[in-house]
Design a protein around this ligand. Structure first.
Ligand SMILES: NC(=O)c1ccc[n+]([C@@H]2O[C@H](COP(=O)([O-])OP(=O)(O)OC[C@H]3O[C@@H](n4cnc5c(N)ncnc54)[C@H](O)[C@@H]3O)[C@@H](O)[C@H]2O)c1
Length: 254
């Protein structure tokens, strides 16, 4: 498949479930990928798994200078940037709203909202230089629905949609498309953490309860999320900008 042939794509949160699947999707489609995350050894392992068309670095997405260095690495290594999957995120602490501290709020917003905001600020000049490109930010079904105990996470994912719509409007004339990927519960580490925080020692019962609310009767996979994000990053989606794309087994339909 050549769906990403000659495309250079930046990925944040790349050693996590969805990020690693998207990085592989880009490589499988003939593209080049610049992966980033917090843990050096995990980034190194991912790069060696992806092969010669990949490189990587440590990026804390909440730091403006880290985002700038990430874009610089892409330009130094591959000479251009065609797209960015601004995907790093944290679930934060699950707790009643009145018990969420200033630190809880600041941590979640720093990564989940300011991360993609700083990532977009860093990458947009490179996309303009390339004659256009695609940005996909990972929001969530929590970007369009509330969830008890997860106010900071839900707020951060709603805020991203406002940012995405603003950037799609502002940079459309320069050929830059901006969309959000909105996964429902994904069968990976983040959901295990949320399930366990909601009912310690009995995460399985939380998974069962979530699953009954999903028409398809199961969580989605990292690869299903990556396929949608990858499509939005590719030229196949050349007419698509300014919207939210669910991959949720029908969760938001009801
Ligand atoms: N797992 C789900 O059910 C689900 C559902 C909807 C949306 N999402 C979103 O998908 C995205 C990817 O999450 P995932 O499901 O792959 O979970 P994950 O925990 O496997 O991956 C998240 C990655 O982000 C990285 N990260 C955290 N803080 C960072 C920082 N400051 N700088 C750089 N990287 C940082 C982590 O190290 C991790 O590798 C997140 O934005 C998450 O909110 C996940």
């Amino acid at each position: 498949m050549g769906h990403m042939k000659d495309k250079v794509i930046i990925v944040t949160g790349a050693t996590g479930g969805i990020g690693a699947a998207l990085a592989q999707w880009v490589i499988d489609g003939g593209g080049q990928v610049v992966v980033s995350d917090l843990d050096h050894s995990k980034v190194e392992a991912l790069v060696s798994r992806l092969g010669d068309n990949a490189c990587g670095c440590i990026t804390d997405v909440s730091q403006a200078s880290d985002n700038q260095q990430l874009v610089q690495l892409a330009q130094d290594k591959f000479g251009r940037v065609d797209g960015a999957f601004l995907n790093a995120g944290i679930e934060g602490r699950v707790a009643p709203f009145e018990e969420q501290s200033e630190e809880d709020w600041q941590q979640v917003l720093a990564v989940n909202f300011h991360g993609p905001r700083l990532g977009a600020q860093a990458v947009i000049p490179a996309l303009i230089q390339a004659g256009g490109g695609s940005i996909v930010m990972t929001s969530s079904v929590a970007g369009v629905r509330g969830a008890a105990g997860l106010a900071p996470y839900v707020s951060s994912k709603h805020a991203l949609i406002g940012l995405m719509r603003s950037l799609a409007t502002e940079y459309g004339p320069q050929g830059i498309r901006v969309n959000t990927l909105n996964p429902g519960p994904v069968d990976n580490r983040m959901m295990r953490s949320i399930e366990e925080q909601l009912n310690p020692g009995k995460g399985d019962t939380v998974k069962q309860a979530f699953t009954t609310r999903i028409p398809m009767g199961r969580y989605v996979t990292n690869e299903e999320c990556a396929a949608l994000a990858g499509f939005l990053l590719s030229d196949e989606a050349s007419g698509i900008s300014g919207n939210t794309y669910m991959v949720d087994g029908g969760y938001c339909a009801g």
